[in-house]
Design a protein around this ligand. Structure first.
Ligand SMILES: NC(=O)c1ccc[n+]([C@@H]2O[C@H](COP(=O)([O-])OP(=O)(O)OC[C@H]3O[C@@H](n4cnc5c(N)ncnc54)[C@H](OP(=O)(O)O)[C@@H]3O)[C@@H](O)[C@H]2O)c1
Length: 236
């Protein structure tokens, strides 16, 4: 399979890359900062025929156009797009009176609009997939976006931007219907990353392996659902 993963220089994206490569798949992995991408470059060196890297920020039109141009020059199709890049910069759980509008705008611009930008740019290549999913788009959400999750926090930007990911995915699945790519809101599990914190349930290896195995098991009839790392369908 041919896989495109954003934000793959560290955290969940890096370990998704590692395990897709271990399975023999081809991966195009994005990073922003060379200085933060040593582990990704090491994977690329180890699998130089199947691991390709491209630099870019998902908030920048020109960079995302660059992803498209790079992929078009390299592969005939994209079978799985993992919109993984994301941020959570409200670790302190601010109250609504403290949280800055500029901070909210920034989180939305990365988590939500960045994801939309990548979907729009790569759709022509995803539509060329010959897999039974007709190409899979996994837009990364979070348990904190679930209206029915009893765990509540006040990370407003993160929570609201990920709720938008759920509706984006549902809307795209509706738009594409039975003929188009499969689109899911993807919940990668609570993983020990910079964002997930060391208190998280899963190690990076457990998260990476679990993510890859389940992403590959998603079927066309799951389009429009929220799916978690264990393959369970969540309510919104
Ligand atoms: N970890 C968890 O427990 C957990 C749980 C639920 C959902 N998630 C979601 O899973 C995804 C990955 O999270 P993670 O835990 O692996 O986080 P992480 O370790 O902080 O990694 C985030 C990745 O996103 C990239 N990124 C951030 N802003 C970007 C931008 N504007 N353009 C391009 N890339 C950008 C980062 O690149 P730089 O190195 O350049 O910053 C990094 O590669 C996120 O969408 C997150 O919300 C994580």
């Amino acid at each position: 399979m041919i896989v495109f993963i954003t934000g793959a220089n560290r955290g969940i994206g890096l370990y998704q890359t590692k395990y897709f490569l271990a399975d023999g798949d081809t991966v195009i992995a994005t990073y922003r900062d060379e200085a933060e991408a040593a582990e990704l470059f090491a994977l690329q060196k180890e699998h130089e025929d199947r691991c390709h890297t491209v630099q870019g920020d998902i908030t920048a039109d020109a960079d995302v156009e660059g992803f498209k141009t790079f992929a078009e020059g390299l592969v005939p199709a994209i079978d799985i797009l993992v919109n993984n890049a994301g941020i959570d910069i409200e670790q302190a759980n601010p109250g609504i009176e403290e949280v800055g509008i500029d901070l909210l705008e920034h989180v939305f611009s990365v988590n939500t609009l960045g994801t939309v930008r990548v979907c729009k740019a790569l759709l022509p290549l995803i539509r060329k997939s010959i897999q039974s999913t007709r190409g899979l788009i996994a837009n990364t959400t979070s348990g904190l976006a679930s209206m029915s999750n009893p765990v509540m926090m006040t990370r407003y930007g993160y929570m609201m931007s990920k709720v938008s990911i759920n509706m984006l995915s549902r809307g795209m699945a509706f738009e594409f219907g039975e003929n188009g790519p499969t689109v899911v809101a993807w919940s990668p599990g609570w993983v020990q990353t910079r964002l997930g914190t060391p208190a998280a349930t899963y190690t990076l290896d457990e998260g990476g392996r679990g993510n890859v195995t389940t992403l590959k098991s998603i079927t066309a009839n799951q389009s429009g659902k929220v799916i978690d790392m264990s393959g369970e369908e969540w309510s919104f």
